[in-house]
Design a protein around this ligand. Structure first.
Ligand SMILES: CC(C)(COP(=O)(O)OP(=O)(O)OC[C@H]1O[C@@H](n2cnc3c(N)ncnc32)[C@H](O)[C@@H]1OP(=O)(O)O)[C@@H](O)C(=O)NCCC(=O)NCCSC(=O)c1cc(O)c2ccccc2c1O
Length: 277
């Protein structure tokens, strides 16, 4: 884990393709910017998100981080299923790896509060991202859910275990097994969102909360975040195991059927798979 030892201030980098990164006042705003793909992520998106969180981590001006999606329709639709149907993976990446697990870890490890501003659908890996953020503010039209069993995927790490901790076992199981989206009001009542605001109030409210965090003692916030994390840190072991399992499963015929069916806009046919894969 990086130390807090101050080094020379880096310039703000905006040289990204799939995301936008801006520092305003005392906070960074990271925007997933693939509206043509419902703000789903491919390997490059994940690489860039890790880079942006790391930049915000090391920037002494930044006291909190806002994560959002571009447009009004989608916060993040999870993995880019069309890319997966086409190439069997999430596309080229800087280090030849799909580093989603590292992204989850940096959201938890960055010693500054992360606010998700959910501006539309948060589904699949997108729902995992908002679940991992410290604070969630939802636009009133936002919807949340998991999609894995519909498209041949699962997240048996933070995406299930930590979700259950946040919303409760029965609700997490319901969300994963049935793959139905819940609305923002239900997300708030389940504890998945801290508050719900009108769509045009979403970013102003997220920035207001970020500004408030900018006035708080940063070291106290850092210790608090690490303290909240410590209690669920054993789930990191599950996550490592789960992502290894998912890597194998993602190359299976069952997983391929799920992704292909989505890309072909048809219902998946899982009838030939017996679950004993
Ligand atoms: C998100 C939706 C519920 C929206 O439904 P709606 O009816 O409003 O809109 P459309 O369905 O018409 O979608 C509009 C447009 O966007 C495209 N799109 C939507 N989602 C994706 C996506 N995830 N990838 C690529 N493209 C997407 C859609 O095709 C339409 O394009 P057109 O060209 O036809 O206009 C609904 O779209 C939906 O259910 N989407 C799929 C959600 C989903 O299955 N997400 C992925 C789950 S799997 C995952 O996230 C995942 C995460 C990980 O961390 C992994 C790690 C390791 C291995 C695998 C992982 C993994 O699979």
């Amino acid at each position: 884990m990086p130390t807090a030892t101050p080094t020379t201030q880096q310039a703000t980098t905006t040289d990204f393709d799939d995301i936008l990164y801006e520092v305003e006042e005392t906070y960074a705003v990271i925007t997933i910017n693939r509206p043509e793909a419902f703000n789903s992520f491919r390997s490059q998106t994940v690489d860039e998100l890790i880079e942006a969180f790391t930049l915000a981590w090391g920037d002494n001006r930044v006291r909190s981080i806002i994560l959002t999606g571009s447009g009004q329709k989608s916060f993040c639709a999870g993995g880019d299923v069309k890319q997966k149907a086409e190439t069997g993976d999430y596309g080229p990446s800087r280090y030849g790896m799909f580093r989603i697990s590292e992204l989850h870890k940096v959201i938890r490890s960055v010693p500054k509060p992360v606010i998700s501003a959910v501006n539309g659908v948060a589904i699949g890996g997108g729902n995992v991202l908002t679940t991992l953020c410290d604070i969630t503010i939802a636009a009133s039209h936002a919807r949340f859910g998991q999609a894995g069993p519909k498209v041949g995927s699962f997240d048996a790490g933070y995406g299930s275990a930590f979700l259950a901790r946040v919303i409760g076992e029965k609700r997490a199981r319901e969300m994963w097994y049935f793959c139905e989206l819940i609305d923002a009001q239900k997300a708030e009542s389940w504890g998945l969102a801290n508050e719900v605001v009108d769509a045009d109030e979403l970013m102003p409210r997220a920035k207001e909360r970020a500004r408030a965090l900018g006035l708080k003692a940063p070291t106290a916030l850092r210790f608090l975040k690490q303290s909240f994390n410590a209690d669920s840190e054993m789930q990191t072991g599950f996550t490592n195991l789960a992502m290894s399992a998912l890597d194998l499963y993602a190359h299976s015929p069952e997983s391929h059927e799920g992704a292909t069916a989505f890309a072909e806009k048809r219902d998946p046919d899982f009838s030939r798979f017996d679950g004993a894969y």
